[in-house]
Design a protein around this ligand. Structure first.
Ligand SMILES: [Cu+2]
Length: 120
């Protein structure tokens, strides 16, 4: 019961957020200089793993959903492009942009949070 109510509330939240996704992250000269390094974050058991990662600007970050439940990756403050709802084994990739600390969460399960630290 409570889960259902939570989902309805979250659905409303997602609708509010969904329209204006813009990207501070992409557009950084096609990231070729970083040597194509990709950091992977697994989504499993309703957690982002690792929950905190440090990458260099220009590197790629890929999330993959290993749960049976759909999850999303949404930047706090819309600092980078949000994912669609990721089904099982579906991936989402961004390119790290300006140095800084970026918090994100799953809009379906807002208690799921993670942090990306981008270094120069
Ligand atoms: Cu989730």
């Amino acid at each position: 019961m409570t889960t259902l109510i939570r989902r309805i509330k979250i659905a409303a939240l997602v609708c509010g957020i969904s329209s204006l996704a813009f990207s501070v992250f992409a557009d950084d000269g096609a990231n070729s200089s970083a040597g194509g390094k990709v950091s992977k974050i697994e989504i499993k058991d309703f957690m982002f793993n690792p929950q905190k990662i440090t990458v260099k600007s220009g590197e790629k970050i890929t999330w993959v959903n290993r749960d049976e439940e759909p999850h999303t990756v949404v930047s706090v403050g819309k600092k980078f492009q949000k994912s669609s709802a990721l089904d099982t084994d579906q991936e989402f990739t961004i390119t790290a942009g300006a140095p800084g600390t970026y918090e994100y969460f799953c809009s379906v399960h807002p208690k799921m949070t993670g942090t990306i630290v981008v270094e120069k």
